[in-house]
Design a protein around this ligand. Structure first.
Ligand code: SF4
Length: 180
C-alpha cells in the first residue's frame, strides 16, 4: 500500500476520501491543517471529531499548527471576496503548501485533499493551487475529485451513521456571514 497524505478540513468531508483511498490500495495519512477556521472553539470541535474518527478506523492523524493570524495576514485585503474567489485560492494554497511540506518531512511522495468533496467548491480552482504546490515542492498531487460518483452524498451518509458534528459554514469568519 502506498502512503498518501490526505489534507482534511473536517470529519464529514474526510469520511468518503478515506474510504476511497483505502479502496484504491493507498494508506491515507490524515493531516489537519486549517488555520482558516474561526473561532477557536469551532476549530477544536472539527479537529477532535476528525481525530476520533481516524482513531476508530486506525488511520494515522496529525495536526498542523493552528496559526490563525497567519491566515488573516495571507488573505488581508480579500475579506470581501465572494466564496470561490481570490480569498479561497489563497486559503487553498496556504493549506496545501503546508500539507506538501509535511509529506516531504515524513518521506511521503503523494498528497491530496478532501476539499474537492464539497459541491460548494470548484475542484478546478483547488487543483490549480495544488499543482502550483506540486511544482514548488516536488511532492506529487494526486487529483482526486472526491465529489464524483456520489462522493458528497456518501460522505454525508457516513457522517450521519457516525453522529458526526456537521458545521453550517466553510470555515473562515467571512463564510459565517455568507451562510446566514
Ligand atoms: S470560504 Fe472557505 S475556502 Fe474560502 S477563504 Fe473561507 S475558509 Fe477558506
Amino acid at each position: 500500500m502506498k502512503k498518501i497524505v490526505l489534507h482534511a478540513c473536517c470529519a464529514p468531508c474526510a469520511s468518503y476520501p478515506i474510504k476511497k483511498l483505502i479502496e484504491d490500495n493507498c494508506e491515507p495519512v490524515v493531516f489537519f491543517y486549517n488555520p482558516n477556521i474561526y473561532p477557536t472553539d469551532e476549530y477544536n470541535i472539527r479537529k477532535n471529531e476528525l481525530e476520533a474518527y481516524c482513531s476508530k478506523y486506525d488511520v494515522e492523524f496529525f495536526e498542523g499548527e493552528y496559526n490563525h493570524s497567519l491566515y488573516c495576514e495571507k488573505i488581508s485585503g480579500m475579506e470581501d471576496e465572494p466564496e470561490k474567489g481570490k480569498r479561497c485560492s489563497v486559503c487553498f494554497y496556504l493549506r496545501l503548501k503546508k500539507t506538501a511540506e509535511f509529506a516531504k518531512e515524513k518521506g511521503i511522495d503523494l498528497f491530496t485533499t478532501t476539499l474537492s468533496v464539497s459541491p460548494h467548491k470548484n475542484s478546478a480552482q483547488i487543483f490549480y493551487e495544488a499543482k502550483k504546490v506540486q511544482n514548488e515542492t516536488g511532492v506529487e498531487f494526486v487529483e482526486y475529485n472526491f465529489k464524483k460518483n456520489d462522493g458528497f452524498k456518501i460522505s454525508r451518509l457516513i457522517a450521519k451513521e457516525n453522529n458526526m458534528y456537521a458545521q453550517s459554514y466553510c470555515g473562515c469568519k467571512f463564510s459565517i456571514k455568507k451562510s446566514q
